[in-house]
Design a protein around this ligand. Structure first.
Ligand code: ZN
Length: 232
């Protein structure tokens, strides 16, 4: 087994344990107090009576709405770019399906925020898990190294062509298509762009694994995609 494969296995194992612990804690200690809090604040408005699939898509587009603004903030403000380690995800010169999960460890905290926020606020339940699965599958597809595009599906959902443009090594091109799974919010808020891209990455070269890991504290030499004040 290579060193990189070993690191990936350890990270996956750690996330599985952390996920199981968080679920057990939520079910044991938080479910009931949150239910009574929602009752008292009149936040018990989630349409639990809808068909499950409709709830899954509602949760999917709602969490993508929050992610759209978090992601846009990462590209807009240096402090958000640094604190999320988002540059590490953009640093790869070649994309493939696994790149969807190739994030700096601290960015996983950002990635789970939308779903956790909506779940805590509205008590969505099973549909939240379905939406997370849909998001993970969709983000794997949009990072895969394939020329996939679909005009009809693409009205609501992000396609490869559009997400690869977001990974462009040109900052202006990269600051488009923030929706990693749903493109509809880019259409609504004016950041959608259906343009070609010449090269992916954050600059002319791909940083080493250690440089990617250090991105919350130091931007690699030659980086041009980071918010301006981050560059060395
Ligand atoms: Zn990004």
């Amino acid at each position: 087994m290579t060193e990189k494969a070993g690191v990936v296995l350890i990270v996956v194992f750690a996330f599985l344990i952390a996920g199981a612990a968080a679920t057990a804690f939520y079910e044991t200690y938080l479910t009931e107090p949150l239910e009574s809090l929602r009752d008292s604040l009149n936040l018990d408005v989630w349409p639990h009576h809808w068909p499950l699939l409709a709830q899954v898509f509602l949760m999917f587009f709602a969490s993508e709405f929050i992610w759209y603004w978090l992601h846009r903030a990462e590209h807009r403000w240096s402090v958000a770019w640094r604190l999320s380690g988002h540059g590490a995800h953009h640093a790869f010169k070649k994309l493939n399906a696994i790149n969807a999960g190739a994030n700096h460890p601290v960015e996983y905290l950002w990635l789970v925020l939308p779903s956790i926020f909506i779940e805590l606020l509205f008590g969505v339940g099973a549909a939240a898990s379905g939406a997370v699965l849909l998001t993970v599958a969709q983000t794997a597809i949009v990072h895969s190294n394939l020329r996939l595009n679909a005009r009809v599906m693409g009205f609501l959902f992000t396609t490869n062509a559009w997400h690869i443009r977001h990974h462009s090594a040109d900052r202006e091109e990269s600051n488009t298509n923030y929706g990693c799974a749903a493109i509809i919010w880019d259409r609504v808020f004016g950041t959608f762009c259906d343009g070609a891209v010449r090269e992916a990455g954050i600059g002319f070269r791909e940083p080493s694994t250690m440089e990617k890991f250090l991105m919350p504290v130091r931007e690699p030499q030659g980086s041009v995609v980071a918010p301006v004040s981050n560059r060395v």
